[in-house]
Structure formats: structure tokens, C-alpha cells
Design a protein around this ligand. Sequence first.
Ligand code: CA
Length: 219
Amino acid sequence: MRVLLVEDDGMIAQGLQTALRQSGFAVDWTSDGRSASGALHATVFDLVLLDLGLPQQDGIEVLRGLRRRGDATPVIILTARDEIRSRIAGLDAGADDYIVKPFDLDELMARVRSVLRRASGRADTSIQHGALRLDPVTHTVEQAGVPVNVSAHEYAVLEALLQRPGAVLSRSQLEDRLYGWDEPIGSNAVEVYIHGLRRKLGSDVIRTLRGVGYFVPKT
Ligand code: CA
């Protein structure tokens, strides 16, 4: 899943990016309102974490613009303790939740999971494919009911493939799902994650179409 983080405080942004990436999200970070609006026009995100006090265009304006276009991407606003008015304005403008700075990272991640669960509109958001079951909220994998320990990047690769069984995804399409704008891409990273998944789940779960990419066969 891809998250847009809009935060002009570099320290907070750094901590959030680390926490989100450790949980398996691809994170794009922008530090002003105008480039946030631009990014939201250009890219589909699964979630936006939006600071309110921002240079160029404030967070409320970014949010209003998003909702005016009928874009229902879940938004959690990040507010300071003394910004009660703007917190209310944020909720009125269509935010799904808010968290008050300074916040606890575990609490933020719990809110992220709860907003994503609600946004999916179902109590059970898991992806079932044969014996495999993925939970996109907790990023856990089970095979025949047995938990399988996969890394955040392995999870992201598997989720991308399982969202469209039978569809072949190229290496660069998979890289898009793995990395934010400013993350370095290892030259053979995708192959490494595929190898790891085959080792853990069995060699025939993910197939290679030579010269094209990877796919999970339809059940
Ligand atoms: Ca700020």
C-alpha cells in the first residue's frame, strides 16, 4: 500500500517514514501543500497523512481540494495540541481521523490500520487465494492456516501479485509497489523477494514468465 506523507517538520517526517516502511508501506514524502496537491492529482494513494500547518498551501486546503474532486482517499490529519479549531475544520473538510502531536508511533499505526479497515468497507479485508490468506491491514500471511513470516517487502510483492491473479507484473511494476520516490532501488531486489517468497511458500506459488515478469496462477 502506498502512503502520501505531508509534513514540513523533517524530524517528524523521518520518524514516520521509518515506522511506515517497517510496516511494509511504500511512502512518498512531501513537505508543502502545493506539491501534496500535485502528488494527489498525479498518483493514487491508499492513505494520506496530512499535517495542517504547511508552507505554500495549508493542509485544510489540500484536503478540501481532494474532496471537491470526489476523491475519497482516506486522510488522517496530524495536528498540534493547540490546533483544536483546525482539527474540527479538518474533520468537517472530510478527514477520516486525526492524531495530536506529539504522538505515539504505535497509536498512529493503530489508527492507520483502523482507517484502512473502515475504508475498505468490509470487516474482513483479507485476500484469499487457494491456501494463502493475506491480511492487508496487519500485513500478515497464512498458508493453510499456518502463519508464514515474511518481510515487509516480500509482503508487498505478494500482495501486488495476489490482487490480480493471472496478471503478469514486470519487475518495474513491482518496484513501483515497493518503493517511495526517494528510496534507492536495489538492482536485483525484486528477484531477491521472489526467491524469499518461493522458499517460504513453495516454488510454484509465484511463476516467472521469462522476459516479461511474474504472476500467481489463477486458482
Ligand atoms: Ca507543520
